[in-house]
Ligand binder design. Structure first.
Ligand code: AMP
Length: 281
């Protein structure tokens, strides 16, 4: 596995690969890898000649300095996992390499960034759009892989590519959420959960699975109430938002019944640790 920390060195290798017509799959991550990330890597390996995984904790997408500081990092462990899964190239630049100077670029994201995560994490998706655009400009992958775990992010990246990378022909592939055996969506932040919080956290996915069903007899109003009440009754958990949205517009659906083409998205605090999950109908 080749490890690059500098854009220029990565570029030299990429130029060689592209000259030979090699197809490139790209998996952007913030490290602290788990089976969810590996599922993206496995898919990319199947569909491309060469896969590049990036490890970069992007400060621009954090709106809390504490969250950024406490974000788990373990580069050596990540390298080992990537080696074991036969990854080809890892790109792990430092912050200066990616942001050598202050830039004020505003991405127009058609309001997709102002609901849910965008509403509660101000500037988050501007930060995501900024780093993903930089990676896309450097790597120009044929395919880039994202997890449905971050549903809103996946929708926004698709929009970003359609609007800002029209000529690059980058194909965005969205991969299913990988879960722990009890249903908890895998996340690097799960490492921060203590035993009691971890036990409570499973209630998030369990509640979504229980109430988000195509044939549900409950109205949307009742589903929302049940989900909020079930989760918030747990002493460790507090729901930040629970929205049932159209898969394309990310706007709350107007219908009173669950229908095809909608996704229920939730953010819950387990004490100070923020977890997100979603289930589609
Ligand atoms: P992160 O390191 O959290 O920024 O995630 C990097 C990529 O992995 C993003 O596209 C995530 O959506 C994806 N990802 C994170 N957790 C999971 C999971 N449990 N299942 C599938 N993909 C995931």
């Amino acid at each position: 596995m080749n490890i690059y920390r500098k854009i220029i060195n990565l570029n030299v290798n990429l130029a060689k690969l592209k000259k030979n017509g090699t197809t490139i799959g790209f998996v952007p991550t913030m490290g602290s890898l788990h089976e969810g990330h590996l599922s993206l890597l496995k898919r990319s390996k199947k569909e491309n000649d060469v896969t590049i995984v990036s490890l970069f904790v992007n400060p621009e997408q954090f709106n809390s300095a504490v969250d950024l500081e406490l974000y788990p990092r373990d580069e050596l462990k990540d390298f080992k996992m990537l080696e074991e899964h036969a990854n080809d190239i890892v790109f792990c630049p430092d912050v200066k390499e990616m942001y050598p100077k202050k830039e004020e670029h505003f991405f127009e994201l058609d309001g997709l960034d102002s609901v849910m995560e965008g509403k509660y994490r101000s500037g988050h998706f501007q930060g995501v759009a900024k780093i993903v655009s930089k990676f896309f400009e450097i790597i120009k992958p044929n395919n880039a892989y994202f997890g449905k775990k971050d549903f809103q992010q996946a929708v926004i990246i698709k929009y970003l590519v359609k609007k800002y990378f029209k000529k690059s022909d980058i194909n965005i592939v969205i991969c299913d959420t990988v879960r722990e055996p009890d249903g908890l969506a895998m996340s690097s932040r799960n490492l921060r959960l203590n035993k009691a919080q971890r036990k409570a956290a499973v209630l998030v996915s369990q509640t979504l699975f229980k109430y988000i069903k195509k044939d549900s007899k409950l109205s949307i109003t009742d589903i929302k109430k049940k989900v909020f009440d079930t989760i918030n009754e747990n002493q460790y958990l507090q729901t930040e938002y629970f929205n049932i949205v159209n898969n394309e517009t990310l706007q709350d659906i107007e219908s009173e019944r669950l229908e095809h083409g909608v996704t229920a998205c939730i953010a819950v605090y387990a004490d100070e640790i923020r977890l997100i999950d979603n289930v589609s109908v």
